[in-house]
Ligand binder design. Structure first.
Ligand code: C5P
Length: 227
């Protein structure tokens, strides 16, 4: 069975405050997007890539795509719409594996990618990389006062990639769109159908580049991983 890699890269990355979307900011010699695609390619050289790009994207360069088989699709209003556009554009079989990875996570390792892939194959509800919460979690009230402390028992951070069978993920995202529920990752849409994806403990350095400081951090992480 083929593996379909969906990379949503149609966001504006406004929190970065840069003059172009964050996936095009340089990290060493190449942009974040090129790093992310090369990490994915190293783990899954034969996969089929689906890249979601904004219709007005002026920065993308196809030379950054190392995959032999790939296609680009137009992104949607929200991340979930972009991923759903990708699912609708591909000619996948019901039980093909689909893996969704944020373009903004260039530090993901081959070892985490392969562990996740095998877990998702074995678990009918799919799997996601995640990290147990280490900090004490506060619930704020409307005045931003610390109103309560949430138990961190069994609380995890959801990372990407997240991986599911094609039919389940498509059904979940279509359901989420019609129900207008707020889903910020694939797993939440799958959970809304009554499924419980498996949490795979991933590396803490699978950083999501969001704020300007994250660029230097991502560069340091990548340097430490190569060493
Ligand atoms: O902004 P944030 O980092 O939360 O976005 C997560 C991912 O979703 C990014 O890779 C971004 O490019 C992508 N995205 C998208 N389509 C949108 C919004 C975000 O592909 N409409």
């Amino acid at each position: 069975h083929p593996l379909w890699l969906i990379v949503p890269a149609a966001g504006q990355g406004k929190r970065m405050g840069a003059d172009k979307p964050k996936q095009y900011l340089p990290l060493g010699e190449k942009p974040i997007l090129a790093h992310t695609l090369s990490r994915l390619h190293r783990a899954f050289p034969a996969a089929h890539l689906v890249l979601c790009l904004d219709s007005d994207d002026r920065w993308f360069n196809p030379e950054w795509v190392p995959f032999a088989q790939w296609q680009r699709v137009t992104g949607g209003a929200e991340r979930m719409d972009s991923v759903l556009n990708a699912l609708h554009a591909i000619n996948a079989q019901e039980d093909d594996m689909v893996m969704v990875h944020d373009v903004a996570r260039p530090c993901v390792t081959s070892s985490d990618l392969l562990t996740l892939y095998h877990a998702a194959q074995q678990h009918p509800s799919g799997a996601l990389l995640a990290m147990p919460v280490a900090d004490t979690m506060k619930r704020a009230n409307a005045e931003q006062l610390s109103a309560a402390t949430e138990s961190r028992d069994r609380l995890w951070h959801a990372l990407t990639p997240q991986s599911f069978r094609y039919a389940l993920l498509r059904r979940a995202l279509e359901h989420a769109v019609t129900g207008q529920c707020v889903v910020t990752d694939e797993a939440s849409a799958v959970e809304a159908l009554g499924h419980a994806p498996r949490l795979i403990s991933g590396r803490r350095d699978n950083l999501k580049v969001t704020h300007p400081d994250d660029l230097a951090l991502a560069a340091a992480i990548m340097a430490s991983q190569v060493a």
